[in-house]
Design a protein around this ligand. Structure first.
Ligand code: MN
Length: 132
């Protein structure tokens, strides 16, 4: 199964998303800020990155730009996650190099669909606990 890097500073959000992806068979690594995310992207070589935009140390916008500016990580698909459901945020995420965008709180089936599209991998089927 694909290896996913979650970059999220909020403990609850990170733990919940991590648990739900693990339950579906994904391999999951977690980073708690942009600097750690950049470092882990280089060392763990994830198949896809879920990137919170509001992050300490290095924010998500800068993290995305650096990921896409580094030949070693540029090909890794990045899905930006932000609590702001505003169009300018979506455009800003795509301009920073993110491949897709979704809003928090996470709608898991929708996010899995976007992940599958970027991974070229079928989305795992529904499971109990999706509404949690
Ligand atoms: Mn955050």
């Amino acid at each position: 199964m694909p290896r996913i890097l979650i970059v999220e500073d909020n403990d609850l959000n990170r733990d919940m998303l991590s648990r739900r992806l693990l339950k579906r068979g994904y391999q999951v690594d977690c980073a708690v800020n942009g600097a750690e995310g950049l470092s882990m992207a280089s060392t763990t070589r994830p198949d896809l990155i879920l990137l919170d935009m509001s992050l300490p140390v290095i924010d998500g916008w800068e993290t995305a730009a650096r990921l896409k500016g580094d030949p070693d990580t540029a090909i890794i698909p990045v899905i930006a996650l932000t609590a702001h459901a505003m169009v300018p945020d979506r455009e800003r995420a795509l301009a920073a190099g993110c491949d897709d965008y979704d809003t928090k709180p996470v709608d898991l089936p929708r996010l899995l669909g976007k992940m599958a599209a970027l991974l070229g991998y079928p989305a795992p089927g529904p499971q109990s606990g999706d509404a949690a």
